[in-house]
Design a protein around this ligand. Structure first.
Ligand code: GLU
Length: 287
């Protein structure tokens, strides 16, 4: 069975890059006699808006994409995320982090720290709140929780981490991509698995949801290639399957900059309002 998904966040208008991801997943599902699923990634309650969600349904329908109902919405799944956090907490793999962005910047700017290192989520956490004095025995529910990467890796001794790539990473990597566990410490560090007042994070939710929806194939932009390494680690820690990944090229504007949610000028809704057809959109993105 071939199951694809498109998982937008309703925090702004869908742009041409989203159209490319959604149509790629949709076409691949159809070509393989599989299923295309839509998932609404609305864990960031401060930015998610019902009107953006409505616009997502409308734009995708207009592009000729359909999906089975009901749609999975991450905001309905907080208990599932909490259960996974509890499992990791019970294994001693999480620690509470009270650092603000400013604390992290200050720690990194300290003279002995050298140049800051950046990972998929930005600057690598300098370890201020680690190791945890485990003053609290129960899983906290409002504070940020980080994965203790050293311990996480130590629980998977000898497990070869890898995923299969049918597209290409930013450096053209394709085929079986190995994820040497020890490099995750340097390239990702103690990643956040629950954001403050959110109860989860993109990385945690996405692996749990892909598994819950039996997603076998993930098509998404190359900008998420490095994040996939984190997802493979989490899948191994939580005993979840690893889908086959297809990281596709990014849609860029004429200056070469990749499109972002704030690029309203490239929003699908804007092209629609200007009289473009779904075929015009396909042509614009080279499909
Ligand atoms: N909600 C994420 C985004 O819009 C989904 C990324 C993914 O496909 O895993 O970027």
């Amino acid at each position: 069975m071939h199951v694809e998904r498109f998982a937008p966040s309703p925090t702004g208008p869908l742009h041409l890059g989203h159209a490319y991801s959604a149509l790629t997943a949709w076409q691949r599902a159809r070509a393989n006699g599989g299923t295309f699923l839509l998932r609404i990634e609305d864990i960031d309650r401060t930015r998610a808006r019902p009107e953006w969600e409505a616009q997502i349904y409308d734009d995708l329908n207009w592009l000729g994409i359909s999906w089975p109902e009901p749609v999975m919405r991450q905001s309905d799944r907080l208990p599932v995320y909490r259960k996974a956090l509890q499992t990791l907490w019970d294994c001693g793999l999480l620690f509470e982090c009270t650092c603000t962005r400013r604390d992290i910047e200050a720690a990194i700017a300290a003279p002995h720290e050298g140049e800051p290192v950046f990972g998929p989520d930005g600057v690598i956490y300098p370890g201020t709140c680690r190791p945890p004095p485990r003053t609290q025995r129960t899983l906290p529910d409002r504070t940020a929780l980080r994965l203790n990467m050293t311990r996480a890796i130590a629980t998977l001794p000898g497990t070869p981490l890898s995923f299969f790539e049918t597209g290409a990473g930013p450096c053209g990597d394709t085929g079986e991509i190995r994820v040497p566990p020890d490099t995750l410490e340097q390239t990702c560090g103690d990643i956040i698995l629950a954001r403050r007042n959110m109860g989860t994070s993109y990385h945690l939710s996405v692996v749990l949801d892909d598994a819950a929806q039996n997603v076998t194939h993930v098509a998404r932009g190359q900008d998420l290639f490095e994040a996939t390494k984190i997802h493979v680690l989490l899948q191994n820690l939580l005993d979840l399957p690893t889908p086959i990944y297809h990281h596709h090229r990014l849609i860029r504007d004429e200056t070469g900059k990749r499109l972002a949610k704030r690029d309203d000028a490239r929003a699908i809704a804007k092209y629609r309002a200007d009289g473009a057809s779904p075929d015009d959109i396909r042509t614009m993105i080279g499909l």
